[in-house]
Design a protein around this ligand. Structure first.
Ligand SMILES: [Zn+2]
Ligand SMILES: [Zn+2]
Length: 189
């Protein structure tokens, strides 16, 4: 499905640099590359891969602290060539006060991260489904990228900027911006 966005957004020269944080299958990156290109005209480049910083691991929770990883990404990469840096990881992420997060964004650093851990249908004991998995990856990536454009959570449950409390929210809202968020994006240039 190809969506026509306002010209200002479509024409922006947006370089999204992707870094793998730990092992991530190549098809995840390829799928995201084509999804962002086809729907938004955004270019995605894979710029590297590094190990998950050990200090981000919480032994009690058995999860990784996403804010620590964001700091690590920021310190590891010169982001001058990148408009945005998007980290992708397979491990489960958390921030204080929440059981888990699908991702996190730090707009001031233009860095964000998503985890694919809870996006696989198998996580919910459903049968593997690449289409669903890839749509969820695109949805969560666009949500975090939206934050990097200073978009906040949207109250429209069918907008990608709606906060996902669970995978049900992610599947319902999909990867499109509502008209309000679209117009906010359109003037952010
Ligand atoms: Zn959010
Ligand atoms: Zn919205």
């Amino acid at each position: 499905m190809v969506i026509n966005y306002p010209p200002s957004l479509k024409m922006s020269k947006i370089n999204i640099c992707v870094v793998k944080v730990g092992k991530v299958e190549d098809f995840v990156i390829l799928s995201l590359q084509s999804g962002l290109k086809v729907n938004f005209g955004w270019e995605v480049k894979l710029i590297g891969e590094f190990e998950i910083p050990s200090q981000s691991y919480n032994r009690i929770r058995r999860q990784f602290h996403s804010t620590t990883i964001l700091h690590h990404i920021k310190s590891q990469f010169k982001t001058d060539d990148c408009f945005i840096v998007l980290g992708i990881t397979s491990v489960d992420l958390y921030v204080e006060g929440l059981n888990f997060v699908f991702g996190e964004a730090k707009p001031s650093d233009k860095v964000c991260i998503i985890s694919i851990h809870r996006l696989r249908p198998e996580f919910y004991n459903d049968k593997p489904d690449m289409k669903i998995f890839e749509r969820r990856i695109l949805t969560e990536a666009i949500h975090e990228i939206g934050h990097l454009f200073n978009l906040r959570h949207c109250l429209n449950p069918n907008c990608v900027m709606f906060f996902s409390n669970s995978i049900i929210d992610t599947d319902r809202k999909g990867f499109l911006f509502c008209s309000k968020c679209q117009s906010k994006l359109g003037i952010l240039k």
